[in-house]
Design a protein around this ligand. Structure first.
Ligand SMILES: [Zn+2]
Length: 560
């Protein structure tokens, strides 16, 4: 295995040098080729070192690396220790590698009541989990709501698509009833066609409503629009949920989902037709519609403050001017911890998810820090916490980056890289939206990796991993992962592995380390990311989002 790797990278190096000497007179849109010192550093990336990190981080002794738990803290200490061994500078609080992330766990209590009161007739009490789920984002032990309900269609304000569901309506102090997803479209220029944009995610809808001073949001659940059944909403909204501690951002007293039938009944009682209301929301002419009903709710929550750390190491750049800018690498170290009430094996080891990404991040940190030549821009290595709680560690990192967001040229994220052998494909979904894509394409070609497009852009996977937290503050960011096709196997084999992992091991105690795991592919992804990072560190310009992209505005704001 090792031998083939060396041969192929020797030929890669020769090819690169040859291309260097045959540079065209005009500046190409791709980054300058990395130096031979950079290639030499890249070649030291070793699958067996990644294995060693994965084996340790997913050991039973680490108790599933739960956020705010002992095992998670040990993982953070382990990563910080490796950073120190490599000679990285601390990038956390007070000269340490640790960036403290304050969080709270919120559990809705049984005393909570939630009812819809029509302007005439008796209020209808809703049954928690069957009819609705709701969390009090204001993090208060008790909140009361008694406010009129306004239907706002998709609840989207997207000037770049000339779309405004709110029009001039004042929704301050109101309860907003809205649809999930976004207006359906086949036109790539309108809400990215079939692909889901951030406007379609429920997180956006809550944020936009809160920004406008609304008290609560009732999202209408409909299986085909949400792309998951009510059971998924129900299961992921029962029990404790974690949030970043309040930081002044406006929040909702009730961030809620209601069953389609509940919304249907509400519309009928107002003499309206929900189907018709949903069709009307697909038009630009749509206007918010006040309903003759109120939401009357009393929310009681258990509030549990806790904290955990992001682990940050810095490699100062070698260029006196460019070192004030940086390339960032990220990988979450947290997983699901232990379920003490579960019989049998109850440790969620998270070997694939995401000890593999941490192993890659650590090997990248080692290779960069031991390179004989320094990259021109600085490099940030950040292993983040609380990804499984809703990207909270990376959200905090995005809001408190070690370099100003406008000076971070690129974030490459690693999450869940299957140790299945030598990949012939790479997934970089989102990269095509950045000005870095030509470099990504050229580098993939050098590695003889075919770029595999996102198979389900309508599912919005781009918004469910840590790179998204950095994209939102404007940093061009995407995840690097293997595709489906591996050397010596056909595509069907790869699909079968993927399916088996998703069905049997994803977020299960059986996501464990096995000695027969083959980390060749993880090393290839690390080498690929190493070269991308090196090139991003030496380009004359910072990377940006393509014109008209939904994150372009945040980027421009950050660079002022
Ligand atoms: Zn993960």
């Amino acid at each position: 295995m090792r031998k083939t790797l060396l041969v192929s990278f020797f030929s890669l190096l020769t090819a690169a040098l040859a291309q260097n000497s045959a540079k065209p007179a005009h500046a190409p849109a791709v980054a300058p080729r990395p130096s031979s010192a950079a290639f030499a550093a890249m070649e030291t990336i070793n699958p067996e070192r990644i294995r060693a990190h994965v084996r340790f981080l997913s050991h039973d002794l680490l108790e599933g690396r739960g956020t705010g738990q002992r095992g998670g803290d040990i993982a953070a200490e382990y990563i910080a220790t490796q950073f120190a061994v490599y000679g990285l500078k601390p990038g956390g609080d007070n000269g340490t590698y640790m960036q403290r992330v304050p969080m709270v766990g919120i559990t809705p209590m049984p005393e909570t009541t939630f009812s819809i009161a029509p302007s005439s007739g008796a209020p209808v009490n809703l049954k928690v989990l069957d009819d609705y789920v709701a969390y009090d984002q204001t993090q208060q032990p008790q909140s009361d709501i008694d406010a009129p309900i306004v239907y706002v269609g998709y609840g989207i304000y997207a000037p770049e698509y000339k779309w405004d569901d709110y029009k001039d309506a004042d929704v301050k102090g109101k309860v907003l009833l809205m649809l999930v997803n976004e207006p359906p479209s086949e036109d790539a220029k309108f809400f990215k066609g079939k692909a889901l944009t951030y406007y379609g995610r429920w997180t956006y809808k809550y944020e936009e409503a809160a920004r406008r001073g609304a008290l609560a949001v009732l999202l209408i659940h409909q299986t085909d629009m949400a792309s998951y059944p009510w059971d998924v909403v129900r299961n992921s909204n029962s029990g404790e949920k974690s949030y970043l501690k309040l930081d002044g951002t406006p929040k909702l007293k009730a961030a809620a989902w209601i069953q389609f039938e509940v919304a249907d009944r509400l519309a009928k009682s107002a003499g309206l037709n929900l189907g018709k209301m949903m069709t009307e929301a697909q038009s630009r002419e749509f206007k918010p519609l006040g309903l003759p009903a109120k939401l009357q709710a009393h929310l009681v929550s258990k509030i549990r403050p806790f904290e955990s750390n992001n682990v940050i190491g810095l490699l100062p750049g070698g260029d006196a001017k460019l070192k004030s800018e940086a390339v960032m690498f990220t990988a979450h170290y947290d997983h699901l911890g232990v379920r003490p009430d579960m019989p049998g094996d109850n440790i969620y080891n998270g070997a694939n998810d995401n000890a593999t990404g941490c192993g890659v991040l650590l090997e990248l940190a080692r290779a960069f820090s031991q390179s004989t030549e320094k990259p021109r821009r600085s490099i940030i290595f950040a292993s983040v916490t609380a990804e499984e709680q809703g990207l909270l560690g990376s959200e905090y990192l995005g809001k408190h980056p070690p370099f100003p967001a406008g000076k971070i040229t690129l974030d490459l994220n690693y999450d869940d890289l299957p140790p299945l052998g030598s990949p012939e494909e790479v997934e970089v979904s989102g990269a095509e939206r950045t000005t870095f894509y030509k470099t990504v394409e050229a580098t993939a070609k050098d590695f003889r990796l075919v770029i595999r497009p996102d198979a389900h852009p309508e599912a919005g996977h781009f918004y469910r991993s840590d790179h998204f937290s950095l994209a939102r503050v404007g940093i061009p960011a995407f995840s690097v992962n293997e595709g489906i096709k591996y050397k010596g196997h056909d595509e069907a084999w790869g699909l079968k592995q993927d399916e088996e992992y998703n069905q049997k091991h994803y977020h299960q105690p059986s996501d464990e380390y096995h000695p027969m795991m083959d980390f060749t592919g993880d090393a290839t992804m690390a080498r690929f990311g190493f070269l991308l990072g090196w090139q991003a560190s030496s380009m004359p310009q910072l990377v940006g989002w393509e014109k008209g992209d939904e994150f372009e505005g945040a980027r421009l704001k950050g660079s002022q």
